[in-house]
Design a protein around this ligand. Sequence first.
Ligand SMILES: Nc1ncnc2c1ncn2[C@@H]1O[C@@H]2COP(=O)(O)O[C@H]2[C@H]1O
Length: 416
Amino acid sequence: MDPAFSFSQVDEFPSQTDEYTQILTELHTEYCRDQPLDVLQYCANFFNQRLQEQRASLRQRLPRGFEANELHPLSGQHQEFPGQISDNDDDKDNDFETLDDSDDEERDEFSGELIPMMPPSYGRDRRTSVSAESMAPTQGRDFVKTVIPKSPEQCARIRESVENNFLFRNLDEEQYQDVVDAMAEKRLPSKEHVIEQGAVGDYFYVVEQGTLDCYIAKGDAEPVKVTNYEAGGSFGELALMYNAPRAATIIATSDVVLWALDRVTFRTILMENTSRKRRMYETFLEEIDLLKSLESYERYKIADALESVYFEEGQQVVVQGDVGDQFYLIETGEAVFYKTDSQGNTREVNRYGRGCFFGELALLNDSPRAVTVVANSRLKCATLGKKAFTRLLGPVLDILKRNSENYHTIINKQSQ
Ligand SMILES: Nc1ncnc2c1ncn2[C@@H]1O[C@@H]2COP(=O)(O)O[C@H]2[C@H]1O
């Protein structure tokens, strides 16, 4: 700080002071909510995130042609924007009500006002991370609601389609209604390409009925199937979040009924929470050995599904013999594992800290909890429910099973 600077001077810059107070108030609110153990790190992350969001938002306001594609979290995977085709161009006019592309209006507002530029080296030689890429959400005050009239029966079908979808979990009543109002029903036959890799993103989709496959093409190689979707699944968020070309091609493998949400509504209502969670868990998930073999996108899907829970010192997290429905990843603190044998003798069998996991045995084997886990200090865990655990950890289930056999052996040896 300039040594000549004094706090009395801030009155001379009321607008900066307001922004300063607002940022600190937000930090304080989030701090009280999360109660982090490492206060300095938490504050550093907060400011870093804000800075990156602001930079990303500034980039977004650059006129067309200046878009920074490196912002996309999976940017190594698709560099080009070939031909800028729009998804499913042929049938778009028939299938959707005409929607204003207010985002275009946003860009067109660029008036030549001076936008502070990032140094040319900003972002170079840096691992691209979600934190850097998330764009500022479309501002609430500019949001013109899209209302596509629907029957009560259609509303009920939407409710059923999104009720288990994590991206819709934290919406309040009004946000939920805005999303339902904006959704457009789209019925497509089997084999239809709903999204083309490289196209401009216009809609986010939720599957009501049917199945779809997702393919990624790299260079000249044959496209590789990376995942598939069924009722309740959703896709098409990345291009809307990062103003990037579509990262994959999505093809219906049966007749499908989809609900399409326009980009402005998606960015205004669903994006903030989604990108906040992906950022929040990104580094943590990358550190976990078990998840290292996963693709970045698979880790983002896990982040969407995670919920953090806290336990005070001495509190039981799981109890031996109970039915289990949660999987735990330790974010901070230490957990101690106790096993009670058939004679009623209890002994400590293990203790784990950050990056370790537990709770998988009951989910893998549909068996009662094998041990009691107690928080040895204030413990923060990211949890996954049973369905999400099976679906999202599918690629590492074999590792989990092998692991579980190992520590069966360890526990058995210890109790002999
Ligand atoms: N491995 C993956 N990488 C990128 N996108 C994926 C992947 N698997 C599924 N997708 C989805 O495919 C969608 C294609 O359009 P988007 O890029 O908008 O958003 C993408 C994701 O929703």
